[in-house]
Design a protein around this ligand. Structure first.
Ligand SMILES: [Zn+2]
Length: 273
């Protein structure tokens, strides 16, 4: 499932390439939910940004197109006559400086969403999420306070986008390993020293993953808008590993709140509770 670094890569590239393009047509698959195409045809794209893992394409006249990739969604930018991609669900024909292109939303499993909003809805969407992990304003005190709002284990709290936005399962595993904190540590037992180290680790992992254009899993599902995989999977610390690269010990795996959790029992000893 694409996480923040993957969505960030998509929106940064989109902004570079489709800003100021005009939507000239929309096609959607017969199984795709009805889309009010007349609202967007003829509109110019002002910019592409994101709210947490939502891709937000701002159009003229207070219109916003949001795309959530869910499990298997892909956004591809293709030249007009590029061969059809697999699982195409909705296609926006674009024109910019006399050149034609297609913005294709493809989704194998169809859990993703493509929707239209006004700015009021966009504000509501923003309000659903906590501060972003990458935000320079997010300090350790606030980070700790927000995590502690949930009485659970630290891994589960970090995945709660209402508390802190932007951490998905892969990068939480790696950030906890980097900070040497056991994923099952109760949030009530975290001290400010832990929060400082954990916040630093999480930011470092996310920034590194952004620089590496995200992670592509063995299923090859995530690709950027040009159809290319990311590189961060080459740098995963503990996610999907058998051996700890720090102590060479055996990595433990268990399901925690339903999500695959990797940790090193030596480097991440369980905090007393
Ligand atoms: Zn270790």
């Amino acid at each position: 499932m694409p996480e923040l670094p993957e969505v960030h890569t998509i929106t940064t590239d989109l902004n570079k390439h489709i800003k100021d393009a005009v939507i000239t047509n929309v096609w959607f698959d017969k199984d795709f939910p009805k889309f009010a195409k007349s609202k967007v045809i003829g509109k110019k794209i002002k910019k592409a940004t994101r709210i947490a893992k939502n891709i937000v394409i701002e159009l003229e006249n207070d219109l916003f197109l949001t795309i959530h990739l869910a499990m298997t969604g892909r956004v591809l930018l293709r030249k007009k006559d590029f061969p059809k991609d697999k699982w195409m669900r909705i296609v926006f024909s674009l024109e910019k400086e006399g050149k034609q292109a297609e913005l294709r939303y493809c989704d194998m499993r169809m859990f993703g969403k493509v929707k239209l909003h006004n700015s009021e809805n966009i504000q509501k969407l923003k309000a659903k999420y906590g501060p972003e992990i990458t935000s320079t304003d997010l300090e350790a005190e606030e980070f700790l306070q927000r995590i502690k709002l949930k009485r659970t284990n630290v891994k589960n709290a970090l995945l709660d986008q209402k508390l802190i936005a932007g951490l998905g399962n892969i990068y939480v595993n790696d950030a906890l390993w980097m900070a040497q904190i056991h994923p099952e540590t109760r949030t009530k037992d975290l001290e400010i020293e832990d929060a400082i180290i954990l916040l630093q680790a999480a930011k470092a992992i996310i920034e590194e993953a952004i620089n590496n254009r995200g992670s592509t899993l063995p299923d090859k599902m995530y690709v950027d808008i040009f159809g290319k995989p990311g590189n961060q999977q080459e740098f995963w610390r503990i996610y999907s590993k058998n051996t700890c690269s720090r102590c060479k010990g055996k990595v433990k795996f268990r399901k925690l709140n339903g999500r695959g959790t990797y940790f090193c029992p030596t480097c991440q000893p369980h905090a007393a509770s």
